[in-house]
Design a protein around this ligand. Structure first.
Ligand SMILES: Nc1ncnc2c1ncn2[C@@H]1O[C@H](COP(=O)(O)OP(=O)(O)OP(=O)(O)O)[C@@H](O)[C@H]1O
Length: 222
């Protein structure tokens, strides 16, 4: 059996808004192994981003346990969370979240700096595969949406993370760019057995993933 990258047990998340208690996740139990890919689907407001935020440590569950790479996170301090995010986690956002004053190359190198690493042959491979070779020195704000999304993917994979969280990574792209970017994302993640958890509203994108988790009324159906 391959390594367990994410394990959620009896996860509950309730947001309190004044007198109102809003239960978003109800007794969620899930596991994601090394190299597996999962599409996370569900209606707007069903809790997809909340689940991603809990796995990335940006939000705490109300109750339940989260283990990452086999380690329970309940006693992790900020330093341990930062270490996990810098070394093991890659994130692709719908709005790219690139560092706009920087070039393509500097954006991709950013996670390497956080880990005390230097540009290497894997980065060259990412740049070439994602069609960014001629754009390396360009400032990211001068690029098209599709080009920026490819930079975001390169940046998320540059440090060879164990886990890639992607929130609607092709939400801003047209149909043909979506299919191309999805295929590249899967190919590159597979090269280092990176597990993927991807939020999507598109069944076409979901089909690129091996499994599907559907969130409905706080519960995940596979
Ligand atoms: N910080 C917060 N405080 C209060 N309620 C919140 C908070 N964050 C999220 N929620 C509520 O939790 C529910 C789930 O939100 P979430 O953003 O996880 O949904 P989603 O499935 O990602 O939606 P979408 O597809 O529209 O992005 C929503 O009803 C939202 O209003």
């Amino acid at each position: 059996m391959t390594k367990l990258i994410v394990e959620l047990n009896s996860i509950n998340k309730t947001f309190i808004d004044g007198e109102q208690h809003h239960c978003v996740l109800n007794d969620v139990a899930l596991s994601l192994h090394q190299g597996e890919s999962v599409a996370l689907t569900g209606a707007s407001g069903s809790g997809k981003s909340t689940l991603l935020n809990i796995i990335a440590g940006f939000e705490l569950p109300t109750s339940g346990t989260l283990s990452l790479l086999g380690e329970p996170t309940s006693h992790w301090d900020d330093k341990r969370w930062s270490q996990f995010r810098h070394q093991q986690l890659g994130v692709v956002f719908q709005q790219f979240n690139l560092l706009t004053p920087l070039s393509v190359e500097d954006n991709i190198a950013f996670p390497l700096h956080l880990n005390g690493k230097r540009w290497n042959s894997w980065c060259d491979h990412l740049v070439e595969t994602l069609g960014l070779l001629s754009l390396r020195k360009r400032h990211v704000e001068t690029l098209s949406g599709g080009q920026q999304q490819r930079v975001a993917i390169a940046r998320a994979l540059a440090h060879q993370p164990s886990l890639l969280l992607a929130d609607e990574p092709t939400g801003n792209l047209d149909q043909s760019a979506t299919l191309e970017v999805m295929a590249l994302l899967c190919q590159l993640a597979a090269e280092h057995q990176t597990s993927i958890l991807m939020v999507t509203h598109s069944l076409e994108c979901a089909d690129f993933m091996q499994r599907r988790w559907h969130l409905d009324l706080g519960t995940v159906h596979e």
